[in-house]
Design a protein around this ligand. Structure first.
Ligand SMILES: NC(=O)c1ccc[n+]([C@@H]2O[C@H](COP(=O)([O-])OP(=O)(O)OC[C@H]3O[C@@H](n4cnc5c(N)ncnc54)[C@H](OP(=O)(O)O)[C@@H]3O)[C@@H](O)[C@H]2O)c1
Length: 246
């Protein structure tokens, strides 16, 4: 149980990849704190994470919510061992249909949210700590309609490359895990009536002939979060069945 009694914060831990990541780490002994904007979904998720899990309603695009979250974790646990900055969203908006509201929503959640989550959590982290940020292969290959989303994930690459230098010597590692398409409700919802056709084409692009499963992302995060990756720092690791390598 490599996460025995470790304090792990997973933002957006109430569904999809975040929930699978939380379940993987809870299964290895971690004390989970998960966040999201909807209490009911959080309660449901916590009920699958064992006795040590708690949930805090916090919108990552609000610096005030994030301050309150970090204060709660500090008074309850006194530290954070692992931070998984996962909360994020995607929306299709081809060039010509990009609105200011879409742009702000996606950047505020995926970039501003990650920046202030990491900055807020860092003072509670110490030697041996690990930060895993959930990116996307859209950082290098966004595909049609995903320009703004891809730009947010490319921004995370730039942030990690700079931050790894900013926190040099702290003993805290920081890496980006970038999944390819994963079989989640959010992916199906985004693709709507084209889901079946697009997923077939995405599966063909993967050298494994399929899209990913959320549990596989949970295991990849566990690797980056654990001492098994103790000499890996500042990378973008693609978990995409090899699609970005060919
Ligand atoms: N699914 C994929 O194929 C895929 C592929 C590559 C990368 N990703 C990345 O993986 C991450 C998770 O995506 P997912 O597919 O698992 O999506 P999801 O099922 O929609 O889960 C998103 C989670 O984030 C929370 N969330 C969303 N906006 C938030 C906000 N402003 N503040 C706090 N929490 C927020 C949601 O809860 P509430 O709605 O209650 O707030 C939920 O817990 C994202 O960063 C996404 O870009 C996904």
């Amino acid at each position: 149980m490599q996460f025995q009694d470790k304090v792990v914060l997973v933002t957006g831990g109430s569904s999809g990849l975040g929930l699978a990541i939380a379940q993987e780490l809870a299964g290895q002994g971690a004390h989970l704190v998960i966040t999201g904007r909807r209490q009911e979904q959080l309660d449901e998720a916590v009920s699958t994470l064992g006795n040590h899990a708690t949930a805090v309603v916090a919108d990552v695009s609000s610096a005030g919510d994030l301050n309150a979250l970090i204060n709660q974790i500090e008074s309850r646990h006194g530290r954070i061992d692992v931070l998984v900055a996962n909360a994020g969203m995607g929306e299709l908006a081809p060039l010509g249909s990009i609105t200011e509201a879409h742009f702000d929503r996606v950047f505020n959640t995926n970039v501003k949210g990650v920046a202030f989550t990491v900055q807020g959590a860092l003072p509670l982290m110490g030697n041996g700590g690990s930060i895993v940020i959930i990116g996307s292969t859209a950082s290098i290959n966004p595909g049609p309609g995903l320009g703004v989303y891809g730009a947010t994930k490319a921004a995370l690459r730039a942030l990690v490359r700079s931050w790894v230098l900013d926190i040099k010597g702290s003993g805290v590692r920081i890496n980006l895990l970038s999944p390819g398409p994963v079989n989640t409700e959010s992916l199906h919802n985004m693709l709507a009536e084209h889901a079946e056709e697009v997923i077939r084409s995405l599966s063909e692009k993967s050298t494994l002939g399929r899209i990913g499963e959320a549990q596989e992302i949970g295991k990849a995060v566990a690797f980056l979060a654990s001492d098994a990756s103790s000499y890996i720092n500042g990378v973008e690791l693609f978990a995409d069945g090899g699609a970005s390598q060919v």
